[in-house]
Design a binder for this molecule. Sequence first.
Ligand SMILES: [Fe+2]
Length: 429
Amino acid sequence: MNHEDIAARLTEARERTLALVDPLSDDDLHRQHDPLMSPIIWDLGHIAHFEELWLVRNLEGPVEFGEMPGIYNPFEHPRRVRGQLELPSLDDVKAVMNEIRQRVLARLASANLDGDDPLLCDGYVYAMVLQHEYQHDETFLQTLQLKQGAPYQASRVYEPPRRRVTADGSMAKFGGGPVELGTDDRAVAYDNERPRHEREIAPFAIDVYPVTNGDYLQFMRDGGYARENLWSADGWQWNRESQADAPKYWMRDGDDWCTRVMDRVSSVDAGLAVCHVCYHEADAFARWAGKRLPTETEWEVAAGWDESEKRMQRFPWGDEPATPERANIDQLVFGVAPLGAYGTNRSPLGCYGMIGDVWEWTSSDFLPYPGYRTFPYAEYSEVFFGNEYKVLRGGSWATRPGVIRNSFRNWDYPIRRQIFSGFRCARDA
Ligand SMILES: [Fe+2]
């Protein structure tokens, strides 16, 4: 990225952020719609102050590892209490966002992107801040889906392509052998995606398509939620406590089911990837199907390994950037698209839809790769490593293109399902 690219991307990111919140009332912005999510006005202020920390203060003085002080520090003020903070008006937050942006652009003009400073080299810190804003845009959509009061109405919605296919249950096979995972990219990738490293992979098979609503309904109708032997111990405990009997946002409609995406209520479409299931539900489904969840390593091989060239692609379709034409990403479809709608979203192994539509749960804990080094701050990845979180891959319809690639690792608690999460299954081969 050169200086003009950076300035243009910062502007574009802000336009999207503000477009998403544009239809909201003051009450919508300040209300804590769910204990899991911040009031949206908090996210807006947090986006601006994160930008100031990294693109002004940390470029001027000693780098502060950690996030910003004050009410926007996410560690001092966990999400469930953010509704009690004294939060400013939208006009005040917008004024702060603008004022910070002016200083950021002034500092950018003198930034040396070709030198040795690892923060500035190739524009790394700008890519990091852009991705931070993109990630909060997806967080907004989780909040807006949970929104209390009148459902959120988007100001602009795209139609997905009309193509659709019916899954035939087929699986793609990898014969095993050494592969290269992760990346050495220092311009965009987060520290947890690095370094590129080799691993020996046992042969496996993986679903060509993600698990659909139709597949999931069969599991439900076969008593999936009532059969303890299909669930892990933790999963069964969640099942009992939550009393869940369907994905989040599904509602009974006679003998059928309907679902709500923002303000659209429709009967469940059997030909769409299932969304809003937690890890435990995905794990139980896989056991019911006689399969298992893929490891994140298997997922990455299925998404991008080209066995003939012996190399990992950045995306399923190759190395060309992610765009809303190539996959259901970038938010404006406002929902999962029919299976196979994006015909070129196919990996060398033959898996469809690995980028976009739904994040896919894997069986892997969120752990550092061999040779991992924290950069530039521990609070992005390092403090979350351990067995509490499961890795999700591939991005969802709500993910912006600038923050998804085959190597990208997301993580969350295995009980979470307000995220746009689905899965596909694998088995040993
Ligand atoms: Fe943040």
